[in-house]
Every structure is written in structure tokens, then in C-alpha cells.
Ligand binder design. Structure first.
Ligand code: GUN
Ligand code: ZN
Length: 442
């Protein structure tokens, strides 16, 4: 008889995972209640995950007692938050991020459109889709809303890459039938047919959501905008994403192309592209009428601050629009934006708000990148919070990820003061862990 001992049995964990750390969790919208008290802070908290969902959140001591057999993952002093949501980005522009020296129209023609022409190749589309999502996850972004190219292959590639990573991704084929290179242009009929087929194939399959995506008014004929409006009327559950009033030269171009419409938003209104579920990227140079219509119609806007400085577009009025009760999401707008990091986007949004004379509180910044973005995308209940029942998309942030951040955070007197240096100076080094639908991805 052998005297070798049998291997020690694996610890008997239940099907649950218990994440431990500090927690910040919104209890109210910081734009409609005092920001410093819009969230609760647990200095030692726990989040119980089961079946890809959040089951319970509370003080660590309570949860460790209630779930003794749960697998424990202890992040110590790191801060557990909902995964960041990037509410507007361009996956196909991943490879041309940080391209020097041009304003919007020349930037599109010089850098963006030539790169987007490559996405009819499904192999290249798959490479970039995987690369973009891996970069997003490394920066703590667990969901995003992306403009693909006019090639349906680019959308399929992104949804497949998202599915492989368990991520809730919103994506759409860009519709554009003029003012671009021939290889990128579709037609009204093709835009309708290809978008409809992608809706059928992907919308609400697993975590995927399809967004009807006319690129922006200057690259669509009135006929194409009309069919996009018709398609949205047939699928009102889909989000509709586009660009609005990003740069002064663009506004002049829109006025020239659509002389009968009183302003930029009026073009989209005429074609049924304004209303609940609409996401207007940038929305910087707005008239009072446009702001009022955005509010009345239940449309959302998306703040893309690093892009607005990088392409030289202007200063978005976050506080003013939020006070008009217009839902706002925060976004990188890569590759017009200069970073894949939502922390960097928060820093840039803060700096913009200072230029406006209305500084955003850290609670505002966190809201815009999580619960606020989820509301703008009409995905609250699924992502953006740590509410029981929502998807277990959770990140752990190290609030002392560099010596510069650590020495400032060490003086903090509350959680907002401890988090703000990471918002201002942090990057992917601050992202200690990423959980997507209850699976540890980093
Ligand atoms: N307007 C139309 N297309 C684009 C784009 O790809 N990026 C940005 N920033 N603005 C746009
Ligand atoms: Zn964009």
C-alpha cells in the first residue's frame, strides 16, 4: 500500500463570489441632490455575485457571516465601483488615435475615412475589435457604445468580440451615403437593409444592443436620414446614435446642406431622429431652442471632453445641460478623443467645467461615467450601478496607484477627496481588477 497522502481537497466554495473592499454606491442623482451625499460609502464593504449578477451589497462583516461558503476576493483598501461605461466611441478608429494637427473635417478626411475603408476585411475588423475591447477592459470600461464603419462586417466583429468577453456592448453600422470616399459610402436602401439585418441578428442577443447609427447630417442625404428615421420608428427599442453640433465649421456645413432647417437639431427632428433613446455625441454649440427640444423630447447627449479639446471643438456645458434634466453620458470618443481611459475623460470633463465656471464634483464625474451613462443609454437596471439584480460588472480601483496619487490621497478626509486624485491623475495602472458578468477578466 502506498503511503503518499492524497491531495488536499479544494476548498468547498458555494456558487457565490464575495468581493471585499471599499465601496461607493449612488443613492441619488448628484445633479438633482447634493453631490457629496448622493452616494453611500462603505469603508469595508462586500458585493455578493451569483450567476453573473449582483445579489447583495452591504457591510463586509454582514456578508461574510451570511455567506460563509462564498469564494472571497479581498481587494483591501481598493475601491469597488460599477464598471465604467464609455457612451460614445469609434472602435474602428483605435489604430489612428492621437493623430496630429487637424480639425474635424480634415481629420475625418485625412485620418479617419482612409482607416475606416479597411473594415470591409473581416479579419482586420476582428483584430481591431478585440484590441479595442481589451484596451477598454484594461482601463476599467466594461460597456461601451460604438460607431462601427459602414461595413456590416465591422459590427459583426465587434459583437463577436464583446460576446467572447461577456460584455454589454452597443454598436451600429454607420450609415453614410455622401461626402466620404466611395469605399465607405452606402445608399439609403443598403443602409436600411444592412441595419435591419444586423438588428435581427444581434439586437438583444445576449448582452448585445444594436444602435441605429447615421454618422451625422453632412454624410447622409435627406433620403438616407428619412429611411433611418423609418427604421427607428420600426425598432423604437433600439438606441439611435449620431453626432450633433461638434464644431463651428460643421455647423456652417449643415446650414449649407440643409438651408430650410432652422438649426442642426431641426434636421434630425424633420427625419424622426429625435426622442427617447437618441444619443447625440458632442452637442457643444447648441441654441436655446435646441437645448429646450433635447430636454422636452427625452433625448440624451454625450460629453466627449478629450475629443473636444483634441480636435479643437469647444467647451460642453455639462452643468447647464444636466440642470435642464437632459441625460448625459461621458465618453472617450476614441480615436477623436486622445485616451481610452474614462478616468482621463473625467479629468478632462472637470477641466472643461472649470472653464465654464461650474466645477463638476467628483460625484458628478463618477455618475457621468456609470449610472448617468447607463440612463442615457436606457440601460439602467442592467449596468452602471451596484444594485442587486444588475449585471456583475464591477471594477476595483487602487486609489494609490502611483507615488504622486498616493501622497495626495493619503491626506484625504473623505472618499471623494481620496478618489479625486485618481480621477485627475490616474490611468490603467489604477485598475486593479475587472469583473464582467461575474467573471474576473483582469
Ligand atoms: N462627426 C462625424 N463623424 C465623426 C467621427 O468619427 N468622430 C468625431 N469626433 N466626430 C464625427
Ligand atoms: Zn464620435
Amino acid at each position: 500500500m502506498s503511503s503518499a497522502k492524497p491531495p488536499a481537497p479544494a476548498p468547498a466554495h458555494g456558487p457565490e463570489t464575495l468581493l471585499l473592499g471599499q465601496i461607493v454606491d449612488f443613492t441619488a442623482d448628484p445633479f438633482t441632490s447634493p453631490p457629496e451625499s448622493a452616494a453611500r460609502h462603505l469603508s469595508r464593504g462586500g458585493i455578493l455575485l451569483r450567476g453573473g449578477r449582483i445579489v447583495e451589497i452591504g457591510p463586509a462583516s454582514q456578508l461574510t457571516q451570511a455567506y460563509p461558503s462564498a469564494r472571497r476576493v479581498d481587494y483591501g483598501a481598493a475601491l469597488l465601483l460599477p464598471g465604467f461605461i464609455d457612451a460614445h466611441c469609434h472602435t474602428p478608429q483605435t489604430g489612428i488615435i492621437a493623430s496630429w494637427g487637424k480639425r474635424l473635417i480634415d481629420w475625418l478626411n485625412g485620418y479617419t475615412f482612409p482607416e475606416e475603408c479597411r473594415f470591409g476585411d473581416p479579419v482586420y475588423a476582428a483584430t481591431i475589435a478585440g484590441r479595442h475591447l481589451d484596451l477598454a477592459l484594461a482601463h476599467g470600461t466594461t460597456s461601451l457604445s460604438s460607431f462601427c464603419t459602414s461595413h456590416p462586417e465591422s459590427v459583426t466583429a465587434l459583437f463577436q468580440a464583446a460576446q467572447a468577453r461577456g460584455m454589454a456592448v452597443v454598436a451600429g453600422k454607420v450609415a453614410m451615403d455622401r461626402n466620404g470616399p466611395p469605399d465607405l459610402l452606402d445608399t439609403p436602401q443598403r443602409a436600411y437593409d444592412e441595419s435591419a439585418a444586423l438588428i435581427k441578428g444581434w439586437h438583444r442577443q445576449g448582452r448585445a444592443r444594436y444602435a441605429i447609427t447615421p454618422r451625422f447630417a453632412p454624410t447622409s442625404t435627406p433620403e438616407q436620414l428619412e429611411v433611418m428615421g423609418a427604421l427607428w420608428a420600426e425598432h423604437p427599442d433600439c438606441p439611435m446614435q449620431t453626432h450633433l453640433s461638434e464644431q463651428i465649421e460643421e455647423l456652417a456645413w449643415v446650414a449649407d446642406l440643409f438651408p430650410k432647417d432652422e438649426d442642426y437639431l431641426a434636421v434630425y427632428e424633420r427625419f424622426g431622429l429625435v426622442g427617447p433613446g437618441a444619443l447625440f455625441g458632442h452637442a457643444i454649440h447648441l441654441t436655446a431652442r435646441e437645448r429646450a427640444r433635447l430636454a422636452e423630447s427625452g433625448s440624451a447627449v454625450v460629453h466627449c471632453p478629450t475629443s473636444n479639446t483634441f480636435i479643437g471643438s469647444g467647451v460642453f456645458d455639462a452643468m447647464g445641460l444636466a440642470h435642464q434634466r437632459i441625460p448625459i453620458g461621458l465618453a472617450t470618443d476614441t480615436g477623436g478623443g486622445s485616451s481610452f481611459s474614462m478616468l482621463r475623460s473625467m479629468a478632462s470633463a472637470y477641466e472643461m467645467s472649470q472653464l465654464n465656471g461650474a466645477p463638476l464634483h467628483p460625484a458628478h464625474l463618477l455618475w457621468l461615467a456609470t449610472a448617468g451613462a447607463a440612463k442615457a443609454l436606457r440601460m439602467e437596471g442592467e449596468i452602471g450601478t451596484l444594485e442587486p439584480g444588475t449585471a456583475a460588472d464591477v471594477i476595483a480601483l487602487n486609489l494609490a496607484s502611483t507615488p504622486a496619487i498616493a501622497q495626495r490621497a493619503a491626506r484625504a478626509e473623505d472618499i471623494w477627496e481620496a478618489l479625486f486624485p485618481t480621477m485627475m491623475m490616474g490611468d490603467d495602472r489604477a485598475v486593479k481588477a475587472v469583473w464582467v458578468a461575474g467573471v474576473n477578466r483582469r
